[in-house]
Write a protein that binds this ligand. Structure first.
Ligand code: UD1
Ligand code: CA
Length: 463
């Protein structure tokens, strides 16, 4: 193996008809990551000299996704006439290597260990072709691995489910859709594949049979069903997602994360959790979220690209998107923190509070029923219940700046752009349309008038 080169070709041009989705099958997500992403990460880690992905059906979308994998080349298969046709279409790419590993794109759970031993066994046996198979009680839909006389290497054919006889359908050894070919031998057979079968397609597995018939060394490795089964239906996708979810929860618990009910928590594959994080039931953490040591994520919180420092407390029902909560910040219950907001150390956003592109300084509090958008709050600020930054005039957004130690009275409307100087205050119910100097009290409301005897006069009029 030392001196020979290896290309890895992932076939992802098919439609995935059975998924009944507008998205190409390989972009359907497992948790919040497209299934192709899992496979590409695994194959990139087994030291190939090149990786390419065949795209076709909704290929532009797949190409867009591939931009996240700079080393991976997209190759087009404009018409999808079968897996054999796909590999023919990529011939100009794989002919530069000594060996090519070809995989179905719908093998997200194939592990690095399995791939490594599959490759190791292929090179050790000096085989012309190696085929990965698995044994299943539910072989429907898969190609059956049929061995002719002569034992290992002697006459291997793969018969697709639709072409199989009732007797062949009883075979439980099936093709996983993962092959290694010696390139010089593959070049000799790839154009000899025919499409005279039940589906009128060019089948890549026929290349295996052609090599076998030519007397070349064709061998097999057997994988775990859990890893090697493809994804063909939404139900299979859901079952696979559940397996990935459970495995992730277990690995986080092994690293010291407390999960009260692992069956009720969803953690995306790109999330990072520190030891002593506690996750309550109903929590979902997605994207590139990071949760620091000792933080509590209470019931039904949803985090997406959130960064939580140490000992942060999200009481319950808090949604955090693309925002940062520093050490010992608190939020909830029922807070929505979004679009680049920042809560500095010990800041607090409480009940029914929405923050958008807002920075809340150290020790500042927004305890109840407030909206702060495009605002910067200094340290030790207190925002009274029901206060709002009026940041939008229907066309443009404007900033609000609130200085250190400000006391904003309940139900203050701050009509942006507006600046409240340090140590200033607003009277409850004020509408603030002009800047408030440092240390001043702003009263922006009508003076109260009491009408004496009103109730008894009303009572009299009613008679
Ligand atoms: C294929 C195998 C079958 C095996 C099974 C394992 C063939 C003919 N059969 O069947 O033996 O048991 O996988 O899951 O290969 N693709 C293309 N271009 C095409 C057609 C398909 O790129 O023209 C891609 C698809 O996107 C997919 C992969 O090839 O990732 C396999 O295609 P699929 O249609 O799922 O093959 P199966 O019928 O499942
Ligand atoms: Ca398949």
């Amino acid at each position: 193996m030392e001196n020979s080169t290896l290309g890895i070709l992932v076939m992802a041009a098919g439609k995935g008809t059975r998924m009944k989705s507008g998205l190409p099958k390989v972009l359907l997500p497992i948790l919040d990551k497209p299934m192709l992403g899992y496979l590409l990460e695994t194959v990139s880690n087994c030291g190939p000299d090149g990786v390419a992905v065949l795209v076709g059906h909704e290929g532009e979308q797949v190409c867009d996704y591939l931009k996240a994998f700079p080393g991976v080349e997209p190759l087009w298969q404009r018409e999808q006439l079968g897996t054999g046709h796909a590999v023919q279409a990529a011939r100009g790419w794989w002919e530069r290597f000594d060996h090519v590993l070809v995989l179905n794109g719908d093998l997200p759970l194939l592990s690095l260990a399995t791939l490594r031993s599959f490759l190791g066994e292929h090179f050790e046996a000096k085989a012309a072709c190696s085929l990965l198979s698995f044994v299943t009680e539910h072989p429907e839909g898969y190609g059956r691995v049929i061995r002719g006389p002569g034992g290992d290497g002697g006459g291997v054919t793969i018969v697709e489910h639709k072409d199989a006889s009732p007797e062949q359908r009883l075979v439980r050894a099936v093709n996983a859709g993962c092959y290694i070919f010696e390139v010089k031998e593959l070049s000799l057979v790839i154009d000899r594949i025919k499409n005279d079968n039940a589906q009128g397609e060019y089948y890549l597995p026929d290349a295996v049979a052609l090599m076998s018939q030519a007397g070349l060394k064709v061998r097999g490795s057997v994988a775990d069903e859990e890893e090697a089964s493809g994804v063909n239906t939404q139900a299979e996708l859901a079952a696979m997602t559940l397996r990935v979810r459970n495995a992730l929860a277990e690995s986080w618990m092994a690293k010291g994360v407390r999960i009260l009910d692992p069956s009720a928590v969803w953690i995306g594959p790109d999330v990072e959790l520190a030891p002593d994080v506690s996750l309550m039931p109903g929590v979902q953490i997605w994207g590139k979220s990071v949760v620091g040591e000792g933080s509590l994520v209470g019931p039904y919180c949803i985090l997406r690209n959130a960064r939580l420092g140490r000992r942060v407390c999200l009481t319950a029902h808090v949604v955090v998107e693309d925002s940062v909560l520093c050490d010992e910040a608190k939020a909830g219950p029922f807070a929505y923190i979004r679009e680049g907001s920042l809560l500095k150390d010990r800041a607090f956003a409480g009940k029914f509070v929405e923050l958008k592109k807002t920075t809340v300084g150290e020790n500042s509090k927004i305890p109840h029923l407030s909206y702060m958008g495009d605002a910067v709050l200094g340290e030790n600020v207190n925002i009274g219940a029901g206060s709002v930054t009026c940041n939008y005039d229907g066309k443009n957004k404007f900033p609000t700046t609130i200085g250190d130690r400000c006391f904003v009275g309940s139900d203050t409307m701050m009509v942006a752009p507006v600046v409240l100087g340090d140590d200033s205050a607003t009277a409850a119910g004020s509408t603030i349309t002009a800047d408030v100097p440092a240390g001043a009290l702003a009263v922006g409301r009508a003076r109260q008038k009491n009408i004496e005897g009103w109730a008894s006069r009303k009572h009299q009029m009613g008679k």
